[in-house]
Design a protein around this ligand. Structure first.
Ligand code: HEM
Ligand SMILES: *[C@@H]1O[C@H](CO)[C@@H](O)[C@H](O)[C@H]1NC(C)=O
Ligand SMILES: *[C@@H]1O[C@H](CO)[C@@H](O)[C@H](O)[C@H]1NC(C)=O
Ligand SMILES: *[C@@H]1O[C@H](CO)[C@@H](O)[C@H](O)[C@H]1NC(C)=O
Ligand SMILES: *[C@@H]1O[C@H](CO)[C@@H](O)[C@H](O)[C@H]1NC(C)=O
Ligand SMILES: *[C@@H]1O[C@H](CO)[C@@H](O)[C@H](O)[C@H]1NC(C)=O
Ligand SMILES: *[C@@H]1O[C@H](CO)[C@@H](O)[C@H](O)[C@H]1NC(C)=O
Length: 486
């Protein structure tokens, strides 16, 4: 008995020595929270935006919190973001990315070459090859929407807008980037979508390592099924999938990944390329439906384009100028894009804030920016930041509004839905173009309305802050039918 107590005390002392940390004068304010080791992990995971706002009120724009044994320095001053984003010498992007890769996708690449992967993706998602993606995506979207609503059907169809948007865009994106032709030996995109949604529902818990035992089993099963569904994707050059996937396979082989690891890596790409577009389109359509003047303005712009162009296909494929739509989308992303930008401190660094203050960043800590809280929802930058204003990014003369200020100083970053710097999103142009095509097709082919005309946008699921596009808690019921064109 005495020995047990003695050993427990020893263990407690050892633990205290190992985890005890005090702030040195040159470091940001330290807030360890009251729970040993876990620190603020629970509050952080429950609603990161709210938690970080509370910490900001207490400590200011920079502070260090303890989260599940790790110390994370949070920076919320957008004027100072550049010196974190630019410094790839002291601050490493890949280490934390690899932790997530392993936790979410069970993926380990022995000779990971992030820079080479990035260059390969740029080649396929930007520039000349982009034209082919544009038109393939448009073709699949049109076919899927047509199948959704056969021309002879005149009755309203009711559905949740989130599931409708996510499902349609996921299936079209899957066919464009992963699968072959519809009904042509390729894996059924609906099956992949349904499995993916289960996986997506558990994603944040996988990332935090907080799955309950039965969730862990579900996660394992669904991951296994998705790996099997994706096993053939990109294997051969003529398997019907887009050339980018074949190029990615070759790169994975170079990186020492066997077939098993390749499947896992392809699931990760499914997430990177399909996980955000559907939710973004949902929020945009939802905001338009609940803000009639915004819907009218976007419709008016689409109408002028389809009248001036000789054929509808012009809008769908060619470059077009849609400032109203662009502003409506930018405003949507301001309110619903919520990625963390995380780096690991690999060598001690003196960090200079834009206001002249200096802080020491400790080796082994993480640094995390959260652009959702600032600049995107910052009331010093945006008047009534909680409100959807479709023309927030338009000047009086219809040009793009780019002048936003904080503390009297113009901001370089006033929204950051795509990340920034070398690790920004390579699919940005493709994503914007896809969402524009989708919204255009839905608004011109369907009569679409809220089932309850007074319905409000659903709340945000607060557990998803930090993992890309937010998702709603529940859904927004809409009904649609083929539009009477005469
Ligand atoms: C609304 C839609 C989208 C949003 C909001 C979005 C946002 C982002 C963000 C914030 C990152 C940076 C992640 C980080 O710093 O770790 C990222 C990375 C990436 N995105 Fe997107 N994305 C979208 C759509 C797409 C699409 C359609 C594609 C491809 C066709 C794509 C491909 C990628 C890839 C490959 C990366 C990883 C880049 C790297 O390895 O550094 N994204 N995206
Ligand atoms: C970061 O890099 C960008 C371009 O790469 C440059 O415009 C900017 O001035 C740099 N900022 C800092 C703080 O180093
Ligand atoms: C398109 O992708 C191929 C690789 O599949 C590449 O060789 C080619 O240079 C790319 N074209 C452009 C215009 O980027
Ligand atoms: C694809 O669509 C986008 C948006 O409309 C446009 O900017 C781009 O020029 C198009 N790409 C090609 C190669 O047609
Ligand atoms: C969600 O969408 C898919 C098709 O994209 C459909 O099969 C499924 O029934 C929908 N689920 C609900 C609950 O509406
Ligand atoms: C199915 O794919 C093959 C090549 O894999 C192609 O020759 C054929 O035309 C496709 N069929 C349809 C209906 O798209
Ligand atoms: C596609 O499926 C048909 C039977 O439905 C089969 O005869 C054909 O070999 C398959 N093609 C490929 C490329 O797998």
């Amino acid at each position: 008995m005495i020995w047990t107590i003695f050993l427990l005390c020893q263990a407690a002392l050892l633990y205290f020595i190992l985890t005890h940390r005090t702030r040195s004068k040159s470091e940001p304010p330290l807030d360890k929270g009251v729970i040993p080791w876990l620190g603020h992990a629970l509050e952080f995971g429950k609603d990161a935006s709210k938690f970080l706002n509370r910490m900001k009120l207490k400590h200011g724009d920079i502070f260090t919190v303890r989260v599940a044994g790790r110390y994370v320095t949070i920076l919320l001053d957008p004027h100072s973001y550049d010196s974190i984003i630019n410094d790839s010498e002291s601050l490493d992007f890949t280490r934390y990315a690899q932790v997530l890769m392993e936790r979410i996708f069970n993926l380990r690449l022995p000779y990971h070459q992030p820079a080479k992967e990035k260059a390969m993706m740029k080649q396929h998602f930007l520039g000349g090859n982009f034209t082919a993606l544009n038109s393939t995506m448009s073709r699949h979207l049109q076919a899927l929407l047509k199948a959704e609503m056969p021309g002879n059907q005149k009755d309203w169809k009711e559905e949740g807008l989130f599931n409708f948007s996510y499902g349609t865009l996921f299936k079209a994106g899957y066919l464009t980037l992963f699968g072959g032709e519809q009904n042509n030996n390729s894996t059924d995109p609906l099956k992949v979508y349904k499995e993916y949604r289960v996986f997506d529902g558990l994603l944040t818990k996988m990332a935090r390592g907080t799955l309950k035992p039965e969730e862990k089993r579900t996660a394992q099963t669904v991951r296994q099924r998705l790996w099997e569904l994706l096993a053939q994707a990109g294997l051969t050059e003529d398997s019907g999938s887009n050339p980018w996937l074949h190029a990615y396979r070759r790169l994975l082989q170079e990186e020492g990944a066997d077939e098993e690891m390749q499947k896992r890596a392809i699931l990760m790409q499914l997430w990177a390329t399909q996980g955000n577009v559907g939710p973004a389109a949902f929020w945009l359509l939802g905001f338009l439906l609940t803000n009639p003047e915004a819907l009218t303005a976007v419709r008016r712009e689409f109408n002028t384009i389809s009248h001036t162009e000789t054929s509808e296909a012009c809008l769908l494929d060619g470059p077009v100028n849609t400032p109203v739509f662009d502003s409506a989308l930018e405003e949507t992303l301001r309110l619903t894009a919520a990625s963390f930008i995380t780096r690991e401190v690999v060598q001690e660094k003196t960090f200079h804030m834009a206001n002249g203050q200096e802080y020491l960043l400790r080796r082994g800590d993480r640094v995390c920016l959260f652009p959702f809280n600032s600049p995107q929802m910052d009331h010093e930058i945006y008047h009534e930041p909680q409100k959807y204003k479709y023309d927030r990014f338009l000047n009086e003369d219809g040009s793009v509004m780019r002048d936003f200020y904080k503390g009297g100083k113009r901001l370089k970053y006033y929204t950051m839905p795509w990340g920034a710097g070398a690790n920004g999103c390579v699919g940005k142009q493709f994503a914007i173009n896809t969402i524009r095509q989708f919204v255009y097709m839905v608004l011109t082919n369907f009569d679409l309305e809220l089932c309850d005309p007074n319905a409000q946008m659903p709340d945000v699921n607060p557990g998803r802050y930090g993992f890309g596009m937010l998702q709603p808690e529940g859904d927004l019921l809409v009904r649609y039918k083929t539009r009477n064109t005469h």
